[in-house]
Design a protein around this ligand. Structure first.
Ligand code: FES
Length: 297
């Protein structure tokens, strides 16, 4: 029997739409494959990444028991400098230490306990949290909305991102910041090649330098394949013509190439950001040694 449904995109009634005769209830489905594997694995992966970033973000905070270790206790874990190099963890870049330096002095007094990561992580977290790919991933993995195609949801039918979810449109603004971030992280790679000690300078490349460089490469692939960026570059044009049009077409084609594998860039770049921080952390506490491969002091 015809079932009237509301089309949220066009604001009109679809009189011919029909409900599928699928099983109803949390996780109920007629599927016989192992549909739960993908959202389950993603829930574990994202859960570990978020837990790790939170742990590291709090580690350098100056309050409660967090003041007993990390930067506040005088043994910073944000960057490696033991050989005159300067390998800064991407979780703490750009390094803004509350109360220190020109920028750190701008942090209000009542927020002085924040760690440098807490100050800047709002941008990468906001960028990834509103990313089209991650939205699909965590809607499925954490909210089961739906967990997979043809699997019933716990909150009624999926109706699109309406009402509160309109805030997800801020993604394009986070995208602007994320593009700017790439230049900051690339600058960190350059700094990691500049060794200093007691008045002597030297160029060098350590394992840490390469870890940071790969991080920039993966983040560039992820950021430049962004759906919002792709739309901004070419999606709003009806045709590419003239010299600027050809340039725009080239950018749009490159962006589209990255966009086709946006999920992979998203997953691998997230892992490598965390690994880069873990590498720095391990070196600062003496478990690993940042080996200088070329040059140095
Ligand atoms: S859509 Fe994923 S980063 Fe923009």
């Amino acid at each position: 029997m015809p079932n009237a449904m509301h089309d949220p995109l066009r604001g009109r009634k679809l009189t011919e739409a029909k409900r599928l005769p699928m099983a109803r209830g949390l996780g109920k489905t007629d599927r016989i494959d192992q549909w739960w594997k993908s959202p389950g694995a993603m829930a574990i992966y994202l859960g570990i990444m978020v837990a790790y970033a939170t742990w590291r973000g709090f580690m350098e905070a100056d309050f409660w028991f967090f003041s007993e270790f990390g930067y506040s206790a005088g043994s910073q874990t944000m960057y490696i400098e033991d050989k005159g190099s300067h390998v800064l963890s991407p979780l703490y870049s750009p390094l803004i230490i509350p109360g220190e330096g020109d920028i750190g002095a701008l942090v209000p007094e009542f927020l002085i306990w924040l760690s440098p990561a807490m100050i800047i992580l709002v941008v990468p977290a906001g960028f990834r949290g509103t990313c089209y790919y991650y939205r699909k991933a965590y809607y499925r993995s954490f909210f089961a909305s739906p967990a997979a195609c043809a699997v019933s949801t716990p909150f009624g039918d999926y109706n699109g991102e309406r009402r509160l979810f309109v805030f997800q449109n801020v993604h394009r603004y986070f995208m602007y910041l994320a593009v700017a971030w790439l230049f900051i992280l690339a600058y960190d790679v350059w700094l990691a090649t500049q060794f200093h000690s007691d008045g002597s300078d030297g160029f060098g490349i350590s394992v840490g330098t390469l870890v940071l460089a790969l991080n920039v490469f993966l983040l560039t692939g992820y950021t430049l394949g962004c759906h919002s960026l792709r739309h901004m570059i070419g999606g709003i044009k009806n045709r590419f013509s003239g010299t600027t049009g050809k340039v725009a077409e080239g950018c749009w084609t490159a962006c589209t190439g990255l966009n086709k594998h946006h999920n992979k860039w998203a997953i691998f770049s997230l892992f490598w950001v965390m690994f880069a921080d873990f590498y720095v952390y391990m070196c600062t506490i003496g478990v690993w040694n940042d080996i200088v491969l070329i040059g140095g002091l």
